[in-house]
Design a protein around this ligand. Structure first.
Ligand code: NDP
Length: 245
């Protein structure tokens, strides 16, 4: 995978899977815009890789359009968009509030929609682009995640649809669907359930055929592959990264 002379924009790039993805693209020669809700985590990741740190709430159209404009003006172009920004607001249906529903749907679905719509412009103009959306095994159904599983299934449909729309302009759009990945998100889930994180990981690993939980790099490597020219004929797919089928 070489991303020499390429520019990658990662949302949710300040932590977890997004941070590992930003580091991978930089290591393979790309110039990277690291965007996150808050500037501090974005700067922490962007600093060592000499990237551009930008604070951006992906649910805000003006901020997203500003993020893409800044990336193009300061880094010269935009070749890769990876949408990692995400949240969970888990609850059983009878306890799930309107706020739980709206915030998760907005962050994942509207956020990815706004980023993709803004990013397609320079990509279509230059007739080259790669987009990867973060789905999840929760797209297949997961207790307590009506909001999140609906959003993550929606992102697979969005990837398929945009692969059809943008394919004629040489833009590939794919999704990755991770299982249990060791990040702040899974740590927060353990906390919410009142379970020690190490015990939570051991329990999760016992259910995974490869008998371990995933690391952010496991997902970043697959995202890198999907954005590489080696995967140039792969579009509209969802690749599960979960240590098993
Ligand atoms: P993290 O919580 O470690 O990182 C997510 C980042 O997204 C955080 O920095 C968060 O900021 C940021 N973010 C949240 N809302 C917004 C917003 N509106 N605008 C911009 N940034 C925002 O999560 P992961 O790295 O674990 O997850 C990355 C993606 O992968 C998510 O889409 C997640 O749903 C998905 N995923 C994760 C799995 C896992 O097991 N970890 C499994 C399957 C999918 P802040 O800290 O301020 O909230």
């Amino acid at each position: 995978m070489s991303f020499k002379n390429k520019v990658a924009l990662i949302t949710g790039g300040g932590r977890g899977i997004g941070a590992a993805t930003a580091q991978l693209f930089a290591a393979q020669g790309a110039r990277v815009a690291v965007s996150d809700m808050d500037i501090a985590p974005a700067e922490e990741v962007a600093g060592p890789i000499k990237g551009l740190a930008v604070a951006c709430d992906v649910t805000n159209r003006e901020q997203v359009e500003g993020l893409v404009a800044r990336t193009v003006s300061e880094l010269g172009r935009l070749d890769v968009l990876v949408c990692c920004a995400g949240i969970t607001r888990d609850n059983l249906l009878f306890k799930m509030t309107d706020e739980d529903w709206d915030s998760v749907i907005d962050t994942h679905l509207k956020g990815t929609f706004l980023c993709a719509r803004a990013a397609q412009k320079p990509m279509v103009e230059q007739k080259y682009g790669k987009m990867v959306f973060l789905s999840s095994t929760s797209a297949l159904g997961n207790r307590g995640q009506t909001n999140y599983s609906a959003a993550k299934a929606g992102l697979q449909a969005m990837a398929r649809t945009l692969a059809i729309e943008l394919g004629p302009f040489n833009v590939n759009v794919n999704a990755v669907a991770p299982g249990f990945i060791e990040t702040r998100m899974t740590r927060a889930t353990a906390e919410r359930l009142g379970v020690d994180f190490e015990a939570f990981k051991v329990g999760a690993a016992s259910q995974i055929p490869l008998r371990r939980v995933g690391q952010p790099e496991d997902v970043a490597n697959v995202i890198g592959f999907l954005c590489s020219d080696e995967a140039g004929f792969v579009s509209g797919q969802t690749l599960y990264v979960r240590g098993g089928p």
